[in-house]
Write a protein that binds this ligand. Structure first.
Ligand code: NOJ
Length: 763
């Protein structure tokens, strides 16, 4: 067998060389970084230019690897490249058998036997799905978020994958953008905490463990600011936003040890991110000293031609590699053009070496050279995927992700017996939508529906009526969805069920594939005839609990005015129905808080709590219009960032500020939080600051601390937040961190709308 022959000659000291494609227990010992650098250098020294460029080339899965390889076309060419060692990575190859088949070619049939790194979009779960990332973010619970990422990593790793294209850490303020479902919401502070938690969850503290996978912070940078919320559109925002809003979650991911970054489709300041040297070389690899590698987004190197930035494919490859894009996802341009660009002296070979060094480093860190088949154990695949432990973990985070938006007259929680309940809406019986949008490996229709979840509480009479379909036919990840705008044939049955019921639970919102990539919308209401259904049911029986399933903030203004109880339940993953039922019946007291503001109308979008005051803030005066407002709507959100109710109530008292900044660099803020209701509950205690005047204007509020606190009825706890230069400063327009003297407000409370504050002065 030809495995590793050449490498073995050059790297005698290396522990290389499984000769058979069998997985063995690999060591959980962390590889020595100095030794890794030596190994990378030795390997690099024996690689041809073509082999180096091969490492920078990633292909999508291109044939049924266990079946016959196609004879012609693109796939055959890719297959040939794989054999020659011109492929460093593949994506969308999954499952032990499939991964082993491609890895075997890379390891046993190429000259150097360098293993592939296998990437996949493990965004919120692999087969056992956790809530969509926006939902998980509503938990504000970093342990739960980390543990959901661990589940995803374990399942993916057991299925041959060793690299996820997650977390997406793009801050976004625009509910029209379908990819808000994939991120941490609108706030850079919360977004940074979540980014770090997810990186830690995926990677653990040892990348070479067979239970962890490399993470990827994406999309660098500015993708969440696509104009008009239209996916892939130009992003246009200022330097202050770049440093203070867009960068912080990326910095947090880097500091948490993320091993890869993905650049983005958008242009910023006239330069496509993929070709942006400032972003990738000056900031990421320069200032932040990132030593992992950067992958392009899908085809984004070639897309620089359409952007009007590159003349042709060759030019695009040159621009991308010089800017710092190390690996080409699906543009096929590095493999086609880079060697000639080096020979033409347009690209120095040291640039190639730097990219390959980064890629090999991560492969060594993953332990792929010790055992390229370490993620290929059929037994482990069987026992890990869909294990009870994994489902328990995603149920836990699903419950914590639910946000109680409104609960007039304490309609919730529901009594567990003696009631007639009508359950209405096609989403209530939907076993697919809760799986969300990024769920390529998940098996269709495997989520627990709300109907199934509620059936577990058998003390009530439960009567399900669909009401109406949302789409006219099946939906998929890649195709446009045809919305049902006219079929109301199910309305009479639903109305009859509502009339006969004590309480109506309605499940309305978006199908799983209505948010995500390529799913921008110009309206954020309930799609199709759902609003009509809601109003008709309301006429029949107003005693309604509205459960909303969605991947973005929706306009819930009518519901807020008319419906007594509203539960934001997103797309919650495999255990969705159980999580929702447990909240509706009070077995879990809701504790989620919104990670994005919910607008009163689409016209307010982009809407975010940490806006600037402007020179004409709202000082309402009769008949005067010359202030920053709308003539037909309030400025504020319907449900602001950080909002979320509980079945109990909380009071905040004794806010105190101990300003010792001049002595020890700390301002200590403390507050007493009490449970003033009748049941135990969990509150996310939030702290915001306002820097009243600065050399670059600061937002009216900025989240700078939060803590989850569980309180028994009548219990009070004192919560303290030390504020240091890290919380009190900001970036100027050159990326310098400044802490300026002057007056600050510090606010505490259970939402960003809190007005409970004190003032202090930094000297
Ligand atoms: C395009 C998406 O923008 C990116 O986030 C994803 O990882 C790649 N496709 C691969 O599927």
């Amino acid at each position: 067998m030809k495995i590793f022959t050449s490498i073995l000659i050059a790297l005698l000291f290396l522990p290389l060389g499984h000769k058979e494609p069998v997985a063995e227990k690999v060591s959980e010992t962390k590889p020595d970084p100095i030794l890794i650098e030596k190994k990378v250098d030795s390997l690099l020294s024996i690689m041809t230019l073509e082999e180096k460029i091969g490492q920078m080339n990633q292909y999508n899965g291109f044939w049924n690897v266990t079946g016959p390889a196609p004879q012609g076309g693109d796939a055959a060419k890719k297959y040939d490249h794989l054999r020659k060692g011109y492929v460093g990575s593949m994506l969308n190859v999954r499952g032990v058998e499939q991964v082993r088949a491609v890895q075997k070619i890379a390891v046993e049939e190429t000259r150097l036997g360098i293993p592939l790194i296998i990437g996949f979009d493990v965004i919120h779960g692999y087969k056992t799905m956790s809530p969509i990332p926006l939902a998980e973010s509503a938990s504000w619970d970093m342990e739960a978020i980390e543990s959901a990422a661990q589940v995803a990593a374990r399942e993916a790793a057991a299925s041959g994958i060793n690299w996820t294209f997650a977390p997406m850490v793009d801050i976004s303020r625009d509910a029209r953008w379908g990819r808000v479902m994939e991120g941490g919401g609108e706030d850079p502070y919360l977004g940074a905490k979540i980014a770090a938690a997810r990186v830690k969850g995926f990677q653990g503290d040892n990348l070479s463990s067979e239970k962890t996978i490399a993470a990827c912070a994406k999309h660098f940078a500015g993708y969440g600011f696509a104009e008009g919320g239209r996916d892939y559109n130009t992003a246009d925002f200022g330097t202050s936003t770049l440093y203070n809003t867009v960068f912080p979650p990326f910095i947090a991911a880097k500091e948490a040890g993320v091993r890869t970054f993905m650049n983005s489709f958008n242009e910023l300041n006239g330069i496509p991110a993929t070709g942006d040297k400032f972003l990738q070389r000056d900031i990421l690899k320069g200032k932040w000293e990132f030593d992992g590698f950067v992958i392009s987004d899908w085809g984004s190197i070639r897309e620089m031609i359409a952007h009007g930035y590159a003349k042709d494919g060759k030019h695009a490859a040159e621009l991308a590699v010089l800017a710092g894009s190390d690996m080409d996802m699906e543009s096929y341009l590095y493999v086609a053009e880079l060697a000639q660009l080096v020979r033409d002296k347009k690209v120095d070979e040291t640039v190639i070496d730097d990219a390959v060094r980064r890629i090999l480093r991560v492969k060594f860190e993953l332990g792929l050279f010790d055992d390229p088949y370490k993620y290929c154990d059929l037994e482990r695949e069987k026992s890990e995927i869909n294990s009870k432990e994994n489902h328990d973990a995603v149920l836990d985070v699903a419950k914590k992700s639910i946000v109680l938006l409104k609960n007039e007259g304490n309609l919730l929680p529901l009594d567990k017996s003696g009631k007639k309940i009508a359950l209405i809406g096609s989403l209530a019986a939907d076993k697919n939508s809760p799986l969300g949008s990024w769920r390529i490996a998940a098996d269709d229709n495997t989520a627990v529906s709300v109907l199934e979840g509620m059936q577990a509480y058998s003390g009530n009479e439960l009567n399900y009526a669909k009401g109406a379909d949302i789409a006219k036919g099946p939906t998929s990840f890649i195709t446009e969805i045809e919305i049902n705008e006219d079929d109301k044939s199910g309305f009479p049955e639903a109305v009859a069920a509502a009339k006969a019921a004590d309480i109506v639970v309605m499940v309305l919102g978006e199908l799983g594939f209505m948010s995500g990539e390529g799913r921008s919308r110009t309206t954020i209401d309930f799609p199709g005839v759902q609003q009509e259904l809601l109003e008709e049911i309301h006429r029949a029986n107003p005693n309604i609990v509205l459960v909303v399933n969605n991947g973005r903030p929706l306009d819930l203004s009518w519901a807020d005015e008319n419906i007594p109880a509203i539960v934001e339940a997103w797309h919650l993953g495999s255990q969705s129905g159980h999580a929702i039922a447990q909240v509706l019946y009070g077995d879990y007291n809701p504790s989620g808080k919104l990670p994005m503001s919910f607008p009163r109308s689409l016209g307010q979008v982009p809407l975010y709590y940490n806006y600037k005051n402007t020179g004409r803030p709202v000082i309402p005066a009769p008949n005067l219009v010359f202030w920053s407002h709308y003539t037909d709507e309030q400025n504020s959100a319907l449900y602001p960032f950080g909002h979320g109710l509980s079945y109990t109530s909380f009071a905040y008292n004794k806010l105190s500020v101990d300003n010792a900044y001049a002595q020890n660099g700390t301002v200590n803020v403390s507050v007493e939080v009490s449970n003033t209701g009748k049941v135990e509950g969990k509150e996310v205690v939030q702290l915001y600051i306002r820097d009243l005047y600065a050399s670059v204007t600061r937002p009216v509020k900025e989240l700078k601390g939060f803590e989850l606190v569980t309180l028994a009825p009548g219990e009070t706890k004192k919560i303290s937040f030390p504020l240091t230069h890290k919380e009190l400063g900001f970036y100027d327009n050159h990326g310098n961190w400044l802490v300026e003297p002057g007056e600050f407000h510090v606010f505490v409370g259970g939402s960003s709308s809190t007005q409970y504050h004190k003032t202090f002065e930094l000297k």
